[in-house]
Design a protein around this ligand. Structure first.
Ligand code: HEC
Ligand code: HEC
Length: 329
């Protein structure tokens, strides 16, 4: 037993050093990547014509038409609590740059997750999205569906470099203004930029057979729940910058300013005026592992829930830096 502990200590130091090198080199790489690299695309005609390929194809289908297969009225099982599709957030079935891109996910798991305070497999991470944004119940780990998701993630991971970032692998960064995000300003911006597709009451628009959405919902009973990362104002703003309004952005060419994206995200996620399905879990056993814009108490700093939700974020980041903690957002 003691021997095992000793080995643990021996390894602890190099791992810490490796991690910090890794993240700083990853940051430098992100800067370099932005200019010269071209975007990575996948060629689905290269999916092999064998049993593995079948599973990859089904996994891709599940990303694109999640609700049709495993939604509340799914033809292959009833797992999701709403009719959203994975691709609504992980656009182009997880391959679009700056859109919660999933092409490195197969390489990045198992991974320690602060939220659960344990190491999760990729399958468990998939189930987190099924339980939170989709308000569903977890897929059995040995189900055809889970195996298909994993097969697909493995296959798309072949197109990207191992252990490094690529262009659009992360969402856009947001520069923080000195003022808090404003749901009031966001409401006006929403009317101007979002209502035409997502509707006045954020309900979205169903497709013809109502198996999924043409324009997915942003709040209400059938939208993502407060425990989802999309409910975090910074996280959503980073995503909006790269992806919305759908008809005005093209890959790598944002339409909204950073401040507008924050204001709109503040309005969309303002649950004092919008209803949502209640979260089942808000976890994070260690509040220091919480993202700073995950606005559910308890917090490890003196800032209010409101400031965690809307900012100003710079003072929070400064405070964390002073404590020697890494602010996640
Ligand atoms: C409402 C938006 C939304 C929907 C719908 C959604 N996700 Fe996610 N997903 C997220 C966000 C936000 C993250 C966290 C991304 C980050 O932190 O950069 C995430 C992360 C993930 C990750 C981890 C990626 C990594 O490399 O760490 C996987 C895997 C994933 N989602 C799979 C799925 C699958 C499969 C579905 C459909 C069953 C799905 N998601 C539906 C928003 C969504
Ligand atoms: C022209 C139509 C259109 C406009 C305008 C538009 N969206 Fe979307 N939005 C979409 C579509 C389509 C998707 C799903 C994309 C997919 O499945 O590939 C989507 C997805 C989303 C999602 C993720 C899925 C979900 O339902 O949670 C969010 C959040 C979102 N839009 C917010 C906004 C906001 C905020 C604005 C205004 C700044 C906006 N959208 C403007 C069409 C639009």
């Amino acid at each position: 037993m003691k021997k095992i502990v000793a080995i643990g200590i021996l390894f602890a130091l190099p791992i810490v050093i490796f991690n910090s090198c890794n993240s700083s080199s990853a940051n430098t790489m992100a800067k370099e990547v932005a200019e010269e690299e071209s975007y990575i695309t996948i060629d689905t005609s290269k999916i092999p014509n064998d049993k593995f390929g079948e599973s990859v194809r089904y996994g891709r289908e599940l990303m694109l038409r999640t609700s049709y297969y495993i939604g509340p009225e799914g033809i292959n099982g009833k797992y999701l609590g709403n009719k959203m599709n994975c691709t609504n957030c992980h656009q182009d079935a997880g391959t679009k740059p700056y859109s919660f891109n999933l092409m490195s996910s197969h390489d990045n798991y198992p991974q320690y997750r602060g939220r659960e305070d344990k190491v999760l497999t990729l399958a468990e991470r998939v189930n987190n999205c099924i339980m939170r944004p989709h308000s569903g119940k977890p897929l059995p780990l040995d189900s055809d569906e889970m195996v298909a998701f994993l097969s697909y993630f493995k296959w798309i991971s072949k197109f990207v470099p191992k252990d490094s970032l690529f262009k659009g692998s992360k969402n856009f960064k947001i520069e923080f203004p000195d003022v808090a995000a404003s749901p009031e300003r966001g409401k006006a911006l929403y009317a101007e930029n979002c209502v035409r597709c997502h509707g006045n009451d954020g309900q979205g628009i169903f497709n013809a057979d109502k198996s999924g959405y043409v324009y997915p919902p942003l709040w209400g009973k059938y939208a993502y729940q407060p425990g989802s990362s999309m409910h975090r104002v910074i996280k959503q703003a980073q995503w909006l910058k790269g992806n919305m309004p759908f008809d005005k952005v093209s890959v790598g060419k944002p339409y909204l300013t950073d401040a507008q994206a924050l204001d709109i995200a503040a309005y969309v996620n303002d649950d004092s005026v919008h209803s949502r399905t209640n979260p089942k879990t808000l976890d994070y056993p260690d509040p220091k592992a919480k993202a700073i814009d995950y606005a559910h108490a308890p917090f490890s700093d003196p800032f209010t829930e409101k400031q965690h939700r809307l900012g100003p974020f710079k003072p929070i980041i400064e405070y964390w830096k002073k404590q020697g903690w890494e602010a996640i957002y």
